[in-house]
Structures are given as C-alpha cells and as structure tokens.
Design a protein around this ligand. Structure first.
Ligand code: SF4
Length: 419
C-alpha cells in the first residue's frame, strides 16, 4: 500500500525518509494521518525547517501505533504565498524547547522520492512569487530613485533589498500591488506581530517604520505606481508598520491628492479595523477596499491574540459593516491555525459574520506562529468536531456562492467580475 512516508532529520540536519512510518499532521492536540487526497507536491520556493528540541510523531506500520521518534527531529515546510496548510507538523517538544520563530509549520512527507505537503492552492495568481526576481535588475530599478527626497521610497528600498518584501519589490518592478506604510504605532499587541515583538519573544521578521510620511510622499509613490500600469493596487497597512487607521487624517489627505490626479488604481487598506469612525471617514475620502485581519471570529479568542488597546472586537465588526454600507469591497485576512480555525465552533461564528456583514472575500492565510504555543497562550481546549480546512472552504462555497476565496488583494476591476 502506497502511503506518505515520514520525512525527518538527524541532529546534523540531514533530511531522510523513514520507511515503515506513515507521516502525520497535527490539528491542535490531535495527531492525524495525512490522506493521499490532501497532499500536493511541495510548492517551489517553499522553505524547509529543522525543528530543534522536538521529535516527530508518526505511525509505525510494524506495531500499528503512533510513535515518537526520539533520535530524530521534525522537518516542516513554510509554504509560499497562495498556499494554505491543512495541518501543523506533528511532534513532541523537549522540556527546553523554545518558541519557534514567526513562521507556519506544515508537515512534509515523501512519496516515491518526491516531497509532498497537506495543502491547497487558494490563489493561482503569482503576485508574491519572488523566484524569478533578479537582484541586479531590482538594484538598478532602485537606483532610478537614488536622488529622491521621499523618505518612504528610501524605506521601501530597504524593505525590498533587505526584507525581501514582495510588495516593495513589486513597486520598484512596477507591477501588481504597491505598499504605502504610514503608521509607526499600533493599538494592538498581536502575539504574532511581524514588526514588533517584546523582549524574550521570537524576533520580528520586519523592521517597523520609524516616521510618519507626509500626504505628498505617500501620493507621489501611489501616482508613480498607478501611472501606466494595468489594474494597479496601492495599499496602506503593511507588515512593516502598525495600524494605518491611527493615521487616518494623513491617509485622507493623500487619497485626495491621488484622486485629484487620477481615478485609476485601487486604493486599499489592510487593517485591524479597530476605529469605526476613522473607517467611515476614509470610506468617504475614497478608499476602495479593505482587508481585516482576524485570528478568530469570536471575541474571546480575538482578545487573547490581539490584546486590543482602546477598542474591542465589536468595533472591528462595526468597521466591517460600515465599509460594506459604503459599498466597499471587504476581505478577511483570516489567520488559519489547523485544529482551531477548522472546528465547528469557530466555523459557526465565521458563518454568522459572513451572513451579518455580507463580506466579499476570505484570504486564507497561514498563521505564522508556533502552533503548540498558540494553543497554550490562547488557552484553546475545544472538543468541538474537527471539520478540516478543505471541508470548511467547500461548505462555504456551497452556502455562500458569491463569496470569494483567495490569498491576495483584488484590483477593483475584478470586484464584480464572475469568480
Ligand atoms: S495589528 Fe498588525 S501591527 Fe498591530 S500588533 Fe497586530 S500585527 Fe502588529
């Protein structure tokens, strides 16, 4: 019988197949077999990680039982944008195991010397595919701005060259979506924030913006990007900043400058949607679409992940409803954690939110946080039935046929086109 063979690593990080052991995944506390129909070949540009002070759990076909392999170490994949993992890697921690860095950890198996992962491709667009980007070409494009006095362009050059931020790279290569970070501060303290991590936590993967750009600096970048580009998107709320709604006034002025010059281009905002009145103001000023980040559609788990300051979960829902009332295209940046997101209790709350808000799209993003620590820190212990990420999306497609599913923001030219 063909089955996905466990892939593990020795102490020296050499990766090897372990015949006789069926590879497994984990959903919260549950160790699950990886089903052949859930596996896809490991996508190009995936990263493979060696997980220190941890040992893989797999199914031993000789004695028909799950087993912890204490002389080996787990191998996990960090999937590229566009793919959503269906399980987390299955392993047991040693007592001295530290919190893993801010990535998602999808199990990897081997079938006929080919690596496979339990994942689905939720978006076929290659917007953040950096595989083919030639560094020399990027450097030359950035040199075109060597005399700029625009601090934000200089910030984006650093993001493109040193943080490999796909949106910053796309600005300089003049394609797809251009980032407009504006806010050094945030009114939340997400445990998985990629631009701010407290002392003693895993390192933040992006350096936080240190200044507030002027409306002129913002508009200059947006207009450079929009000019001559098919279906351009410019977006506030990037990985290297806090919450853009805290700079609503400056953003409003920038939108007015942009819209005085052109009606083209989608003006979008990635946001924690914490401030409904600022959301109402920016919708009036000309925002076209928003994407709201949520780890959960239930206030108690939102609270434990975001630690909101000066706002609460109901404000987030109010902002979503205001944006819909103003005719904006609203997406969820749904941070997926297998074993939490795909349980009936969370799914029930998600369906209620979709019905209530009539939101337009769900972006199924892998939550980049140590899976074991996530369940511990949010004190998650649900007995609710496990549906599986794939089944979740299938059920939503049936119940909400007009709801879109993807991974990347859409240009306004596609808001009303058939899926
Ligand atoms: S809302 Fe964004 S910037 Fe603010 S803490 Fe969360 S991840 Fe970080």
């Amino acid at each position: 019988m063909r089955y996905p063979v466990l892939l593990a690593a020795r102490k020296n990080k050499a990766i090897l197949e372990i015949p006789g052991f069926i590879a497994c995944g984990q959903s919260g506390e549950e160790v699950c077999f990886l089903k052949m129909e859930e596996l896809i070949p490991l996508p190009a540009s995936s990263k493979l990680f060696f997980l220190p002070n941890r040992h893989p759990v797999a199914f031993n076909t000789k004695n028909n039982s799950f087993e912890e392999l204490r002389d080996l170490y787990p191998v996990a994949a960090f999937l590229p944008p566009g793919y959503t993992g269906l399980y987390s890697a299955s392993y047991v921690e040693e007592g001295r195991a530290k919190t893993l860095p801010l990535f998602s950890y999808t199990p990897v198996a081997c079938i006929g010397a080919v690596y496979y992962v339990p994942a689905i491709r939720v978006d076929s667009r290659r917007i953040h595919d950096m595989e083919g980007v030639k560094r020399k070409k990027l450097q030359n494009k950035i040199l075109n701005f060597k005399n700029t006095r625009n601090r934000l362009i200089r910030h984006l050059a650093d993001c493109a060259l040193n943080n490999c931020c796909p949106n910053a790279v796309n600005f300089f290569l003049h394609k797809y979506e251009c980032p407009l970070p504006v806010s050094p501060d945030c009114n939340a303290r997400c445990i998985g924030c990629i631009s701010y991590q407290p002392e003693g936590s895993p390192p933040a993967s992006q350096s936080r913006l240190e200044f507030i750009p002027t409306p002129g600096e913002i508009a200059e970048i947006a207009l450079i990007h929009i000019r001559g580009l098919r279906n351009p998107v410019v977006s506030f709320g990037q990985g290297c900043e806090g919450e853009p709604l805290l700079q609503a006034e400056i953003i409003g002025k920038a939108i007015r400058i942009i819209r005085k010059k052109t009606k083209r281009g989608t003006i979008h905002m990635n946001t924690n949607a914490s401030l409904p009145e600022q959301m109402r103001f920016l919708c009036r000023e000309g925002l076209d679409s928003i994407r709201v980040s949520l780890n959960s559609t239930r206030g108690e788990f939102y609270q434990r992940y975001y630690s909101p300051r000066g706002y609460n979960f109901s404000d987030v829902i109010s902002s979503i409803i205001i944006a819909k009332e103003k005719g904006k295209f609203v997406s969820l940046n749904y941070l997926v954690m297998p074993g939490f997101t795909d349980r009936e209790d969370e799914f029930g709350a998600l369906r209620k939110l979709i019905k209530k808000s009539r939101l337009d799209m769900i972006q199924w993003r892998n939550l980049n946080y140590d899976p074991r620590r996530y369940f511990k820190r949010l004190n998650i212990c649900s007995e609710s039935p496990l549906l599986g990420i794939k089944m979740l999306i299938k059920n939503l497609r049936q119940e909400f046929p007009s709801l879109r599913h993807g991974y990347f923001n859409l240009p306004k030219e596609y808001f009303n086109t058939p899926k």
